[in-house]
Write a protein that binds this ligand. Structure first.
Ligand SMILES: [Zn+2]
Length: 192
């Protein structure tokens, strides 16, 4: 499976709201796309990858929580390839969130090098479909809940930098502007 190009901050597709996926779209070529996304995510050492991060404005994402060892919350997360367990979420939604929230450091494959503290509900009740179009409802907690919320945000055009404090935002402003300019430049040169 070929590696897909990960869209970076400044690419308008990251600000688009994705549309729901229809059952008829879940065919062999869709499964190939999921396999490519998984390979792209693992190749980039990511914990999750949403469809619009590879230019697809449909509601789905892939993730892998199992490969993360160590505490997975603060500091560097270590990845262990032997512990991989790919999770695929189609038409994901959050049904309920806990009042209790938690701060943790987040990063994003579309915003390389940058990390910041983000507060999110500690627990979320979620609903989604799998590749067999079976519907699931689950209660997620901790890192799993955080990754689900981060990836679901992507499908609504929201990035983790939208959730950070004003101080963090100011600290990252220079790097974000540089990245945006780079992305726009690359986009305009491929459009010609
Ligand atoms: Zn992200």
């Amino acid at each position: 499976m070929p590696l897909l190009q990960i869209r970076t901050y400044g690419d308008p597709v990251l600000r688009e709201k994705s549309r729901p996926l229809d059952k008829s779209e879940v065919n062999d070529s869709f499964r190939d796309l999921i396999a490519s996304m998984a390979e792209t995510m693992y190749g980039a050492e990511g914990v999750g990858l949403a469809a619009n991060q590879v230019g697809e404005t449909r509601r789905f994402f892939v993730a892998d929580i199992k490969q993360v060892t160590g505490n997975g919350q603060k500091g560097k997360r270590r990845k262990d390839a032997a512990r991989r367990e790919l999770l695929v979420y189609l038409n994901p939604e959050v049904l309920e969130t806990s009042v209790e929230d938690e701060a943790a450091t987040e990063g994003c494959l579309s915003i390389p090098e940058e990390e910041a503290e983000v507060y999110r509900p500690l627990r979320v009740r979620v609903r989604y479909r799998d590749l067999e179009w079976n519907e699931h409802e689950e209660l997620l907690e901790g890192l799993h809940a955080r990754v689900f919320q981060h990836e679901l945000d992507h499908l609504d055009g929201v990035l983790f930098v939208d959730h950070v404090s004003r101080d963090e935002r100011e600290r990252m402003a220079g790097a974000l502007n540089r990245l945006k300019r780079q992305t726009r430049k690359a986009l305009s040169s491929t459009a010609k």
